[in-house]
Design a protein around this ligand. Structure first.
Ligand code: MLT
Length: 312
């Protein structure tokens, strides 16, 4: 019989459905970014890119799934700043959080907003800081587990206020948002992709944005610095990964599809409505992504260690 065709015949990839793992629950900000990108990549690749939500343990279970998947181009991971904080936050993992992946490219940077349930007895950032300092652990802060962007933002917030709150972990800030809307959890720091529409609809109360400048999409919302918490800045970058060992020509083809998605007018329009934007194409290369990611691991390590008492 003729020798089996090589696993990857140049130019043949992809010949079947690709799985994009999202390491948080459906309906959250990472899921929102992933589904928009997956749909646009499908068009470019001529094959379906199906999103699979693998939540839990602050996004490490989903990352593990991809690190242990076949490096054949049919398994990719949409992850975010957690890939830079997890190596510091976790001493032991069932996968290599740094060397277990190939980078495909950066996707977007998403601002965060500090939001609360509508009936919380604080009308603005100044009153919120006083409330947290007074109530401390009587307040419940929602996050998506240790390693989530919502966890990192909470850690920085508690450190900036010198006060611990009680953290309530969810499998994603999509489910957490439901409890915030219901008033059964008090506070959350989450990405504008998940909070902008709820803020505008009046379902939750917004206190600040965590970027150095105000957002066009939420012009009335002060920055954390303007609200009295200078230096409290964090925004959530997203990147696309493949398992270590995925052949370079496949990474190149996946990167081409990612770049096409980032340039897709519908993606740009949807991201703008959600307070964000695709990264410039120069940042959407495998090398630029890896360089940025490595630098961010080094940036957050001392900051997380300094805030360690608020890290669980
Ligand atoms: C997080 O890191 O908080 C996640 O983005 C939440 C999510 O996507 O569900």
């Amino acid at each position: 019989a003729a020798l089996a065709a090589p696993a990857f015949a140049q130019g043949a990839f992809p010949t079947r459905t690709i799985t994009m793992v999202v390491p948080f629950a459906a309906g959250g900000p990472t899921d929102t970014v992933a589904r928009l990108i997956a749909q646009a990549m499908s068009t470019n690749l001529g094959q379906t890119v199906v999103v699979e939500n693998v939540g839990g343990a602050g996004g490490t279970l989903g990352a593990q799934r991809t690190a242990q998947a076949r490096p054949d181009g049919y398994n990719v991971l949409m992850h975010h700043i957690g890939m830079a904080t997890i190596p510091t936050l976790y001493r032991r993992l069932a996968y290599d959080p740094i060397n277990g992946f190939e980078t495909i490219g950066l996707v977007t940077e998403v601002p965060m907003t500090l939001v609360g349930r509508n009936a919380l007895p604080a009308q603005n950032m100044q009153e919120l800081v006083a409330l947290v300092k007074r109530e401390g652990e009587k307040l419940n802060y929602a996050n998506a587990g240790i390693g989530a962007a919502s966890h990192l933002c909470g850690l920085l917030l508690m450190q900036a206020m010198g006060t611990r709150m009680t953290t309530v972990p969810y499998r994603g800030t999509g489910p957490a948002m439901n409890d915030l809307l219901a008033g059964t959890v008090d506070l959350m720091c989450d990405q504008t992709t998940n909070t902008t529409e709820q803020i505008k609809a009046g379902g939750i109360r917004a206190f600040a944005v965590t970027t150095s400048d105000r957002l066009e999409s939420l012009p009335d919302l002060p920055t954390a610095a303007q609200g009295g918490l200078p230096g409290f800045e964090v925004s959530v970058w997203h990147g696309l990964y493949a398992p270590k060992g995925t052949p370079a020509p496949i990474i190149t083809r996946l990167n081409q599809a990612l770049v096409a998605a980032l340039q897709d007018p519908n993606v740009g329009t949807r991201f703008a409505a959600l307070g964000t934007a695709p990264v410039p194409v120069a940042r959407a290369t495998p090398a630029a992504h890896r360089e940025f990611w490595q630098a961010d691991i080094a940036k957050w390590r001392p900051l997380i260690q300094a805030a360690g008492q608020y890290a669980d």
